[in-house]
Design a protein around this ligand. Structure first.
Ligand code: TEU
Ligand code: CA
Length: 506
C-alpha cells in the first residue's frame, strides 16, 4: 500500500468495552476483536481505530489513562494487543490506536508525583495555578463535564486545570519533557506494529498562557470555551509530526472540536507536515439550538439543508489543501437512524440513505461499530445512563443552574447522548445479543432480538450488505477517491444529491 493508504481506506471504529466479551466478565476485550477479524474483513474495511484500551480507572471509559504503555487487564494484556495487531495485519487490516495526550488520569504516576511538590521531575507536567486572593479558581474556565475547569489540590495548595473530568488533569504541553514523554509513547506502540493514531482533542493541547477569563454573556459562574486552536498548537503538532509521524510513517487523524473548514487547511495541508486528517464537530450541531446555555442538550429537528451546506463547505475548502475524515457516528455520537432518520418505520432506509450520502463524498469514511447493521438508540430511563458527560451535565443544568427540565434533558439524552452509541454490539438474538455470557457492563438495547448481525445478514434488507457494496464501490472506482464533489439542489430539505466528476471531465 502507498504512503497515503488512508486515502483509499474505509476505517472501522471499535469501542472495545462494548464490542465482544470472550471471558465472561461482561466487558468487551481484545480477544473479542481478534475473534471478529473475519467479520470485519468480510465487511471490507481497511483499518481499525480502537478506542483506548490502556490502564484506566474508567472514569471516562478509558479516556482517562493511568499508564500509556500498559493494556488494562480488563481488555487483556500487552501480548494480546501484539497478537491482535499481527492478526489484523495478516487480514490486511491496519490498526490505529487512540492517543489521549491532552490529559491523563489523576491516577497516573505522572500526576501523583506532580501533585506532591513544586520542584520534582513531574511538577510541571500539568497546569498548576495559585488561588486568587479570595481563594477562588484562577479564572472562570468551565469543564466540559460541568463545574469549574480547576480543582484545588490540598497537598500542593494549588489548582490544577482539567477541560474534562476533575479526574482528567490536562498535561502541560509547554513543558518539552511532556512532549517527549508523549512522543516516546507513540514510538513504543509503533514498535508493537501500530499503523497510526486517532488523536483525542489534539487541538486543545496549547493553552493561552495568560489564562484570561472567557467572555461570559449569560453571567454564568463558569464558562466552557476557547479550548482549541491555542497559540502554540501548530508548533506542537508539527513537532510531533517531525519527531514521530513522518519518520515512523504513522497515519494521523486528529479530533478538532471547534474546527472550521478554512482554518483546518493549516492542520491537514501535507506541505505543513502536521496531521493527515481531522474530525470536525461542525456538522454534528445541525440538531442543536445555537447559542443555548444548555449546549448539546438543547435539541432541535436536524436541519438537513445545513448538513448539506457544511459537508460541501468542507468538500470545497479542503480541495487541493488536505483530506476529509467522513463520519456521522462514533462513541460520542448517537445512532444516525434514530438521531436524524426514522428508526421505527424506516430503519433500513434511514441507515442506508445516510451511509450513501457519507460514503459517496471525497475523503475517508469512518464506520462506527454497529452502524453497519443499523443499530439504533435505546429508549433508556435517566438512571440507565452511565456516561460522565451526561451525569455531570444533568447535575449542572437540571439540578444546579435549572436551565432545562429533567423531562427535556431526558428527551435530549434519548436523542443525542453518548450512551446511545455505547450499548453492547448486537451479534445475534441469543442471551445478551451474543455480546457476553456474563452480566453486561452496560444495558443492551432491548431491540437486539430484531436488530443484530445474524438477523441482518439473513435479511433481504441487509444494512451490512449495503455497506459492503459501498465499500467495494470505493475500492473499485477511482472517481470516489479522486473525483470532485458538486452539490445539487442545495436548498432542498428532502433531497441530498451530488455528483462526483474528474476535474477535466465534461
Ligand atoms: O471527545 C471530546 C468531546 O468534546 C466530546 O467528549 C464531547 O462530549 C462530544 O463532542 C459531545 O459534546 C473526546 C473523546 O472522544 C471523548 O469520548 C472523551 O470523553 C473526551 O475527549 C475527553 O477525553
Ligand atoms: Ca471480557
Amino acid at each position: 500500500m502507498t504512503q497515503e493508504w488512508w486515502k483509499n481506506a474505509v476505517i472501522y471504529q471499535i469501542y472495545p468495552k462494548s464490542f465482544l466479551d470472550t471471558n465472561g466478565d461482561g466487558v468487551g476485550d481484545l480477544n473479542g476483536i481478534d475473534r471478529k477479524l473475519d467479520y470485519l474483513k468480510k465487511l471490507g474495511i481497511d483499518a481499525l481505530w480502537i478506542s483506548p484500551v490502556y490502564l484506566s480507572p474508567q472514569i471516562d471509559n478509558g479516556y482517562d489513562i493511568a499508564d500509556y504503555r500498559k493494556i488494562d487487564p480488563m481488555f487483556g494484556s500487552n501480548t494480546d494487543m501484539k497478537k491482535l495487531i499481527s492478526d489484523a495485519h495478516n487480514h490486511g487490516i491496519k490498526v490505529i490506536m487512540d492517543l489521549v495526550a491532552n490529559h491523563t488520569s489523576d491516577q497516573s504516576l505522572w500526576f501523583k508525583e506532580s501533585q506532591k511538590s513544586r520542584d520534582n521531575y513531574f511538577s510541571d507536567f500539568y497546569i498548576w495555578k495559585d488561588p486568587q486572593k479570595d481563594g477562588s479558581e484562577p479564572n472562570n474556565w468551565g469543564s466540559n463535564f460541568g463545574g469549574s475547569a480547576w480543582t484545588y489540590c490540598e497537598e500542593r495548595q494549588q489548582y490544577y486545570l482539567h477541560y474534562y473530568g476533575k479526574q482528567q488533569p490536562d498535561l502541560n504541553w509547554e513543558n518539552p519533557k511532556v512532549r517527549q514523554a508523549i512522543y516516546d509513547v507513540m514510538r513504543y506502540w509503533k514498535a508493537h506494529g501500530v499503523d497510526g493514531w486517532r488523536m483525542d482533542v489534539i487541538t486543545s493541547i496549547s493553552k493561552n498562557q495568560d489564562f484570561p477569563n472567557n467572555d461570559n454573556p449569560h453571567g454564568l459562574k463558569y464558562v466552557v470555551g476557547n479550548q482549541n486552536n491555542g497559540p502554540r498548537m501548530h508548533e506542537f503538532i508539527h513537532e510531533m509530526n517531525q519527531e514521530v509521524l513522518e519518520p515512523f510513517h504513522m497515519m494521523s487523524v486528529g479530533e478538532a472540536p471547534d474546527s472550521k473548514s478554512k482554518d483546518t487547511r493549516s492542520l491537514v495541508d501535507p506541505t505543513r507536515k502536521e496531521l493527515n486528517m481531522v474530525f470536525t464537530f461542525e456538522h454534528m450541531h445541525v440538531d442543536r439550538k445555537p447559542g443555548s446555555v444548555n449546549g448539546r442538550w438543547a435539541i432541535q429537528p436536524a436541519n438537513i439543508v445545513e448538513l448539506k451546506r457544511i459537508l460541501f463547505d468542507w468538500q470545497k475548502n479542503l480541495e487541493g489543501h488536505g483530506w476529509n475524515a467522513l463520519y456521522f457516528e462514533n462513541h460520542d455520537r448517537a445512532r444516525t437512524p434514530s438521531r436524524w432518520g426514522n428508526d421505527k418505520e424506516y430503519r433500513y432506509e434511514s441507515a442506508t440513505a445516510f451511509a450513501t450520502v457519507l460514503h459517496g463524498l471525497k475523503g475517508t469514511p469512518f464506520v462506527y461499530q454497529g452502524e453497519e447493521i443499523g443499530m439504533t438508540n435505546p429508549e433508556f430511563n435517566l438512571d440507565d445512563y452511565e456516561d460522565i458527560e451526561l451525569t455531570t451535565n444533568y447535575k449542572k443544568l437540571v439540578e444546579n443552574e435549572k436551565t432545562i427540565s429533567s423531562k427535556d434533558f431526558l428527551k435530549a439524552a434519548r436523542k443525542i447522548s453518548r450512551d446511545n452509541a455505547r450499548t453492547p454490539m448486537q451479534w445475534n438474538d441469543k442471551l445478551n445479543a451474543g455480546f457476553t455470557s456474563g452480566k453486561p457492563w452496560f444495558k443492551l438495547n432491548p431491540n437486539y432480538p430484531s436488530v443484530n448481525v445474524d438477523k441482518d445478514l439473513s435479511s433481504s434488507k441487509s444494512v451490512f450488505k449495503y455497506y459492503q457494496k459501498l465499500i467495494r464501490l470505493r475500492h473499485t472506482n477511482d472517481i470516489l477517491e479522486f473525483g470532485d464533489a458538486k452539490l445539487l439542489m442545495p436548498d432542498d430539505k428532502d433531497i441530498f444529491a451530488y455528483t462526483r466528476q474528474y476535474k477535466n471531465q465534461k
